[in-house]
Design a protein around this ligand. Structure first.
Ligand SMILES: [Zn+2]
Length: 172
């Protein structure tokens, strides 16, 4: 949320409304933040990353990135996956799989893309942002990883493929 007027720099009055009007005449509003997460099938599971860094929580999530102009969402998706996992995806091979939003964070919509099944993973070196890469298996992945909005659709994905069983994570 933007706390200060972008024109004059004055703080907006509490409680912060949306849109917010400043005494100088400028109105600001919170725009939705769109992210794209990519479901990459590997073996009988899907590729995930464990985030570190300031915005990280240690949770597992699908790789991806923010949707930014002037790129298209498949380009953003491929760029995000490459920077987070080292995997080179062709944007043209990505399809739209789901769109996920949560009540508690309505301005953060996550577009979930699906990549073709992967045969081989490239080398991966952990870094500050991505501390671990791996594969999640099992239809009950959802319960274990419930806190991550990106993973909401994973349970359905496994269910649809009859890949049942307890959730498991294997570093890869
Ligand atoms: Zn102002």
């Amino acid at each position: 949320m933007i706390l200060y007027c972008r024109a004059c720099g004055s703080p907006f009055r509490e409680p912060l409304a949306n849109p917010r009007a400043c005494a100088c005449g400028v109105t600001d509003r919170d725009n939705p933040i769109a992210r794209v997460a990519v479901l990459v099938p590997v073996e009988n599971g899907v590729l995930v990353v464990r985030r570190g860094g300031a915005g990280g929580s240690g949770h597992l999530s699908l790789p991806g990135g923010f949707v930014e102009t002037p790129q298209t969402w498949p380009e953003d998706a491929a760029r995000g996956v490459c920077s987070e996992t080292g995997l080179d995806l062709d944007p043209a091979t990505l399809t739209l799989y789901d769109l996920v939003a949560r009540d508690w964070r309505p301005a953060h919509a996550v577009l979930v893309a699906k990549a073709p099944p992967l045969v081989e993973l490239p080398r991966f070196t952990p870094n500050e942002d991505i501390v671990e890469r791996g594969i999640v298996y099992g239809s009950r992945a959802r319960s274990r990883l419930l806190l991550d909005v990106d993973l909401t659709g994973i349970g359905d994905y496994f269910d649809a493929r009859h890949l049942s069983g307890p959730s498991a994570f294997r570093p890869a």
